[in-house]
Design a protein around this ligand. Structure first.
Ligand code: SF4
Length: 216
């Protein structure tokens, strides 16, 4: 079995199924929801989350999402018609709030005019890079795009892999796995779990489930 598959099976054995990322707002928190988004609102919630999570952690995103939800703004039409300053204040907890408010308005307009976007169309939208585009495609539209984030690069560099670009890292996974949305979804979530619990900036290798195949 290739190393990419070995890592997956070890992490799955250790952490179990994650059913990540689709979420729904519940009370003043977001709640994981297993499976594809059920409504357009739910899909838009995921798209907003993919933008808000740029350069911040999920706890801050939750607060911003909750503020938007409380103001009935998880809706592309309403985001488009609401003043940028008001949106910026509501999403303040997610940081870079002026920039992200502008991005939310741009993406709301885009989504209203593109109900089933292609990757290149998303990449042409201001503020959407490859990681955000692939998160939107994988989690909001259930398309098989492997998401490469900081955890993924850090873990696989420590495992001995080296790539120079986002596409290079993505090819490592797509060339070694079957093209499967659910698998890509689970694998990304498992890497986040490993990154949060063991493979931190300063790694805690003692109880790491893949220590035997790690080169660090
Ligand atoms: S053994 Fe340590 S460095 Fe290697 S993947 Fe695990 S936590 Fe990261």
């Amino acid at each position: 079995m290739n190393k990419v598959k070995v890592v997956y099976s070890k992490l799955y054995k250790e952490f179990g199924p994650q059913g990540w990322w689709p979420l729904t707002i519940k009370g003043n928190k977001t709640k994981h929801h297993v499976g594809p988004p059920k409504t357009d609102k739910h899909r838009f919630e995921i798209i907003i989350g993919a933008i808000l999570t740029q350069n911040t952690n999920w706890k801050n995103v939750e607060k911003a999402l909750y503020n938007l939800s409380r103001n009935n703004l998880i809706d592309p039409d309403k985001i488009r018609k609401t003043g940028q300053e008001k949106i910026a204040q509501l999403i303040r907890p997610a940081g870079y709030y002026n920039q992200k408010a502008e991005r939310l308005k741009i993406v709301a307009y885009f989504i209203e005019n593109n109900s089933n976007p292609k990757r290149q169309q998303l990449l042409d939208v201001k503020g959407i890079g490859p990681e955000t585009a692939d998160s939107i495609l994988l989690y909001a539209y259930q398309k098989p795009y492997f998401v490469i984030d900081a955890y993924t690069k850090r873990i696989f560099e420590r495992l001995g892999f080296k790539e120079d670009s986002y596409d290079g890292w993505q090819n490592l996974f797509t060339n070694n796995l079957k093209e499967d949305t659910q698998l890509f979804n689970e694998y990304h979530a498992l890497l986040v779990e490993l990154g949060k619990n063991h493979c931190k900036t300063k790694p805690l290798c003692n109880k790491c489930p893949i220590i035997r195949i790690c080169k660090k």
